[in-house]
Design a protein around this ligand. Structure first.
Ligand SMILES: NC(=O)c1ccc[n+]([C@@H]2O[C@H](COP(=O)([O-])OP(=O)(O)OC[C@H]3O[C@@H](n4cnc5c(N)ncnc54)[C@H](O)[C@@H]3O)[C@@H](O)[C@H]2O)c1
Length: 433
């Protein structure tokens, strides 16, 4: 059953947004509207979710290598901090908008509550194509951005992490810049750092491992065998690459992979370790020997049992949802499915394991990293993976139960679990003053 929906109400829109150009934030508002009927008395607090707590827009000026000065637009949004400090990644991408960062920060609030880690939700970004910058320019931009948002981040305030086009090195520069400004080393200000600098073992693989863990749980519930299952993956970076590797190791056949460099297909299953090596060396799946190149749009028609979107938002739309052959969609990316596509997949009896639970493995191990940084005591990788798998399985079981009980999608069920947790803490804390 699909929950009743209603158009976002005008009074819930801040003046800097226009009702007809809501972008990803509009998708989040629709998701909240779907969950509202299930919130009981806590629904009186629901406007809290429709307004980010804090938005910082910053100008990031740097010297380019040619001596000129360039300005970049940067953001940090703290959607909600009722359950703890803000937590969420930083994205460097030319298409970053305020609406996108707002939505991503809100999905972090939901995700962190769904796996019950003691964080609120936040996100940051710079509107830039980092591939156009030299390493020196990238470092200067990262450091200036960190200084600009330094007034609202901190180990107890808001803890950034990597996202699209940001990595361990960027986190090391962010940590160093914040520490220089504070006058002491503060490893806990960001997660996803290099292991030699307070990072956690298992963090790089954590999101893909979480995708695999809950994917296997969901497959069991719909009677889908992993051994021999055909898997198609969009995005073969940190999330898609690791998830593809783990599914292949479990006996599944990765039959199609798409990234920014093209789409490849092999009915008998791709050699995933060789493909990962090729991507590490060349930056893309394009040019990989031993696979057929197919048109990018044909990716959506590939016969498969499991589809893993692990690239960018709004990839599964009303235009292609009717063509997908998979029985299970596991959202590795944030926001890859539009609400219209969600409804089409639901009507076609395709189970969607939503981003807010499926890709929560990364933030779960980020939480472990933060805890380890505070105690300066580091765990071994087995312990990290064991704790990660336990948290992911427990979160999945709770969401599955709520979905069955209320006859709603797993996305709405995850929102029910998470929004209740967030709004319950809102109510317990009360309004100050
Ligand atoms: N890294 C994490 O821990 C983490 C955690 C939670 C969610 N996510 C989400 O997962 C998604 C992927 O993140 P990542 O860390 O793997 O990023 P990444 O930069 O490592 O990989 C991104 C992948 O997407 C591909 N891609 C980019 N544009 C594309 C296009 N137009 N069509 C097809 N493929 C395209 C790239 O080629 C690359 O393979 C993002 O939505 C991110 O927000 C990441």
């Amino acid at each position: 059953m699909t929950a009743p929906t209603k158009a976002p109400t005008a009074h819930s829109l801040p003046s800097y947004l226009q009702a007809d150009h809501l972008g990803p934030w509009g998708i989040f508002l629709q998701q909240v509207d779907r969950v509202e009927p299930y919130l009981g008395n806590l629904a009186r607090w629901v406007e809290t979710l429709k307004r980010p707590k804090r938005i910082l827009v910053v100008d990031v000026p740097i010297h380019l290598d040619d001596g000129s000065v360039a300005h970049f637009e940067g953001y940090r949004v703290q959607h909600n901090t009722s359950r703890g400090p803000g937590k969420g990644g930083v994205r460097f991408h030319q298409d970053v908008t305020l609406s996108e960062v707002m939505a991503l920060s809100a999905w972090m609030s939901i995700k962190n509550a769904a796996v019950n880690v003691p964080y609120g939700g936040a996100k940051g970004g710079i509107r830039v194509d980092p591939k156009t910058l030299s390493r020196g320019e990238l470092e200067r931009m990262t450091r200036r951005y960190t200084s600009e948002i330094g007034i609202i981040i901190g180990p107890n305030k808001d803890i950034p992490a990597p996202d699209v086009n940001t990595n361990e090195q960027i986190m090391a520069w962010m940590m160093d810049t914040y520490s220089m400004n504070q006058g002491s080393t503060a490893t806990g200000v960001v997660t996803g750092k290099p292991v030699d600098l307070g990072g956690s073992l298992g963090r790089r693989e954590a999101t893909g491992r979480g995708v695999f863990t809950v994917g296997v749980e969901a497959a069991q519930h719909i009677g889908l065998q992993i051994a021999g299952a055909r898997v198609a993956v969009q995005g073969f970076g940190n999330v898609g690459g690791v998830a593809g590797k783990l599914f292949a190791e479990a006996g599944a056949k990765v039959v199609a992979v798409q990234d920014h460099g093209g789409t490849i297909f092999k009915e008998a299953g791709l050699d995933v370790p060789a493909l990962l090596k090729h991507v590490a060396e060349t930056g893309s799946v394009g040019g990989f020997a031993g696979a057929e190149v197919i048109a990018n749009d044909a990716f959506w028609d590939v016969p498969c049992d499991i589809l893993i979107p692990a690239a960018l938002e709004q990839q599964i739309t009303a235009a292609n949802a009717g063509r997908i052959t998979a029985r299970l969609v596991i959202e590795g990316a944030n926001g890859p499915t539009t609400p219209q596509a969600d409804d089409i997949l639901h009507e076609r009896n395709i189970l969607v394991l939503p981003d807010v639970i499926a890709n929560a493995g990364g933030v779960t191990v980020s939480y472990f990293e933060w805890v380890q940084d505070f105690s300066s005591f580091f765990w071994d990788e087995d312990e990290i993976n064991r704790r990660l798998v336990r948290i992911m399985k427990e979160a999945f079981a709770a969401v599955w139960h709520v979905a069955q009980e209320n006859k709603v999608s797993l996305r709405t069920a995850t929102f029910i679990v998470a929004c209740k947790r967030i709004l319950h803490t809102r109510e317990l804390r009360g309004l100050y003053p």
